[in-house]
Write a protein that binds this ligand. Sequence first.
Ligand code: XIL
Length: 362
Amino acid sequence: MSFVVQPAQAHSPSSLGSPSLSSESSHSGKSLRSVAPRYLRIGTAVAGGGHHVDQPYPDPFTYDKPYRKVLAKEFNSASPENQMKWEFIHPERNRYNFGPADAIVRFARENGQVVRGHTLLWHSQNPAWLNEGTFTKAELRQILKSHIFTVVGRYKGKIQQWDVANEIFNENGEYRQENIWIRELGPGIIADAFRWAHEADPRAKLFLNDYGVEWPGVKVDAYEALAKQLLAQRVPLHGFASQAHLSMRYGAPDQLAGVLQRFDNLGLETAITELDVRMDLPEGGVPTAEQLTTQATYYKTVLDACLAVDSCHSFTIWGFTDKYSWVPVFFPTEGAATVMWDDFTRKPAYYTLRDTLARALR
Ligand code: XIL
């Protein structure tokens, strides 16, 4: 993977970081988690690993105290951004690296947070020993099975939801051939991954998770067909999640509730797992007030979709501060995708989320 490092993001331009969109009054000082309906978990990715490794700062979760404070205060669900991915947690064939994931799970317990495990079967961020190794099909199957039993088993009872299968379809609704498991073992391996995860932790809710499913289309159709098939085979599939990595280039996610409802209709849980809203940064890197307003409405549209669908009990944003966002690294020229500036001051999107949560039916 190549990384394009962008110049540092703007620090809270004073004229723009104010709560322009909201009636701040009654719940100022309160956090997102404290105003949310009790049935709904408000989550964030916990920064570390992945693109952070190439940045000049130390591990954010471990060393950034103000970051940890906001993390504990605002959220009651935590998703390790990279720390449970194969390349990170299973760096050598016979060695696991549990320390950083353990630390997140401990922090979550101490702060009344649930954890979303991410992820078990994916095409990306797999270790070199796996990608470059030569294994028979039987060996590969055993490697996946043993990984799932080891990782899911270690956190048994401590993970609310697992993203078992991540991004398994491409934009045409076909199985991704870059996915080593699907390519080598066939799509039937997906059902096995769910069965193994369920055996290892029978209480964890097991999810399909993807981006590009915020609007109806062939990708959503593919997930719906797969979900029906797995349920018909009595595979322990419990949920369908929309990552919701949005860009203001592509318009508002105004059909998301309808998509989630289709999976709710199948009896599945639904979730928003990785929401962020990136924008093209003007020269100088500081978003305009209008851009921030539009961003806030995108965030609200996604939250409203979750609130409108009965089975949506988990709403997670992919990081809460631009300081650590993956967006400028992966989408050069775009940025400012989270709800807080680098110094944790709040953007309109933060206040809009809080207002919407405070007004939601409980
Ligand atoms: C991203 C992380 O945020 C980065 O730190 C990492 O370098 C690459 O992956 N879909 C997913 C997430 O399921 O795991 C990805 O996270 C973003 C897209």
